[in-house]
Structures are given as structure tokens and as C-alpha cells.
Design a protein around this ligand. Sequence first.
Ligand code: NAD
Length: 355
Amino acid sequence: MTPHSAKDTAERTALVAGGAGFLGSHLTELLIRKGWRVVALDNLQTGSTANLSRLAKESRFSFIEHDVIEPLPSSLKADRVFNLACAASPPRYQADPVHTMMTSVLGTKHLLDVAERSGGVFVQASTSEVYGDPDQHPQREDYWGNVNTTGPRACYDEGKRAAEALCFDYLRLGKADVRVARIFNTYGPRMQPDDGRIVSNLICQALSGKPLTIYGTGEQTRSFCYVSDLVDGMWRLSDVADNPGGPVNLGNPGEFTINELAALVLAMTRGSSPIVHQALPQDDPRRRRPDISRAEAVLGWSPKVQLAKGLPPTIAWFDKMIAAARPVVETPPKRVRAGGRVPALAAAPAAAPKA
Ligand SMILES: NC(=O)c1ccc[n+]([C@@H]2O[C@H](COP(=O)([O-])OP(=O)(O)OC[C@H]3O[C@@H](n4cnc5c(N)ncnc54)[C@H](O)[C@@H]3O)[C@@H](O)[C@H]2O)c1
């Protein structure tokens, strides 16, 4: 299998839509390290240019603020187009469900058109949510899924399914060399403390000494992939010469109950918070674990960072975020009245850590 990049000599350009987000910023940095010129494009809905601050002085990097729902300039060309533009956190994508659906459908179409007119490779960040609440376990790519089309998660799940349909139509029609990654739960530094995802919720609650919220019994399972493994998988998917022809699961097959994750987080943060149980959100999947045999065979990829290794840098990241959000309690300057008496100063309010 000859990687695409081995054939190319000129400097190549990658377009990373959603490049200011959690995964997009890590992917952008990886591409820069590999010698690519990268254009990151983002509407900053859930991402932030702070995630790209390490690249501020990098001459091969540029940023465009743009919503992919709107058509892209016809002058925009790229040898590889990575589409990660879409809020991934349930409270964020449910806040404006119509925009979420349009991001997946119209946004993917606009980005596919960039790949078509550039003759480039297109990589779609799809999701394990296309499997819905699966009745097949672990999930293989040939499983069609069990998704509720009318629930509050449908704007994301069905949007991503429609985007996959568009991707495979472009591939079948020979319009673009399209590859689809079905990404399972991924975590690591640059996740947002308030994004409502399970890893960020539990770590922030433990670090702030708040009760850990577990939805349902906590016996539902998830798999957790560390961000460096995930972006390596996306890179390989873009770089493999032979188009895999179908979607490729990317995730860590290690399977943990939410109770196990909570226990690990408490141990690693040396926290002693109690656990509180709340009702399961609607359409919450009971079990999630990727079958990654296709990624192993086609990309030579499997994750290297196990949960016990990936959690400490993630906890350190959230610790830093929480400390930065804490109001700085400054000692007010001493005011000395004429006559030299120092007035009593009001007690400073206690710093409230932000979860
Ligand atoms: N992190 C995960 O566990 C996970 C799992 C499965 C799939 N994914 C997919 O990977 C991609 C990246 O996820 P993430 O975790 O980095 O989330 P994220 O929210 O941090 O990143 C998404 C980025 O897309 C941008 N964006 C959203 N709508 C846009 C629009 N209409 N136009 C332009 N930019 C837009 C956001 O501002 C943000 O920077 C998403 O497509 C998501 O569906 C992520």
C-alpha cells in the first residue's frame, strides 16, 4: 500500500473544517508537523482560536472564520479536506438543532465540492452515533444502526447519517476520493469543561469537589480513545492509497462502565466526591464498543494510549482550565485616610471554582 504523501513532492495544502475545535486543532498540529500547509476553517461556535495559539507564528498555517452552511469561495482548493465541523457535545448541538442538521448536510456538501474541484481526498468525521442504541455488539461497520429519527439527538445522529449518504454518493459518482471515519468517544486536552460529555463532566466535578453525576445505573458502557490516537487514525485514513470503499471505525475497543470510569477519575484526582444518580437522557445508548478490525487491516492502525495513561494529561488540562476560570482574589490596596488610620477592608469573597 503506497501512501499518497510518498508520491507527492510539492508542498500540499490541507483544509481542516472545524479546525478550532478539540479534535480539529490536534489534527491541524499533526498535519503541520508532517510538513503540510494547513487552512483551518471554523465558525467558532464551540471551538476557539486559543486552541490554535501554538501555530500563531507558523507560516504554513492560516485561519478562516466561516460557517460551512454558507457556500465556500470557489478559489478555495485543497489536496486534502477534513470535515470535522459540527458541535459534538449534546447540549451544544441540541441548543440549535436546525443549525446542527444543516451543518452536517449543507456543510458536508460544500466541503465535498471543495474536494471535487481540487481533485483532493476528503475525510469525513462521522460518529459512532450513527449506530444509535445498538442491538449489535461490538459495532462493526456493516451494522446499519438503531437510531430514533424523532428524538432530540436526531439532529446530530441523522445529520451525520445523511452526511455519510452524501459522501458515498460523491464516491460512487466518481466526484471525489471520499473516506469516512466513524469516530467513537474521544477525550484529551482541549475538551471544554462545560461541554456535557461524560469524561469532562466527571473530571471537572471531581476536581471541584462536587458530587459526580452518573446517569442511570452507571452500568452502561463506553469506550474511550485518546486524542493522539484518533488524529493519527484520521491522518492514516487520508493517506492510505487504496480507498477503503466503506466507513472505518476509529476508537479504542477497551470497554468500561460509567461506574468504572467514575472510580478511576476519583482515584486519579484523589477526590472523595459522592456519586449522585440522575435519569438517563432520552435515547442514550446502553453499550458502545468499536470493532476496529477494518482499521487494523486497512490502515495498520490501533490505539496505543490506554485509559489509565490518557486520563492524567486530561485531568491536568482540566485542572489548568478550572484554575484559570477561578476569579483572582486580589488584596485591595491599603487606603490610608488623612490622619493615618487604616480602614477595615471588606472580606474577599471565596473563589468559586467553575465546573
Ligand atoms: N470528540 C468525540 O468524541 C467525537 C466522537 C464522534 C465524532 N466526533 C466528530 O468529530 C468532529 C469534531 O468533534 P470535536 O469533539 O472536536 O468537537 P468540537 O465541538 O470541539 O469541534 C467542532 C468544531 O466545529 C466548529 N463548527 C461547528 N459548526 C460549524 C459550522 N457550521 N461551520 C464551521 N465550523 C463549525 C466548532 O466551532 C468547533 O470548532 C465533529 O464533527 C464530531 O461530530 C467527535
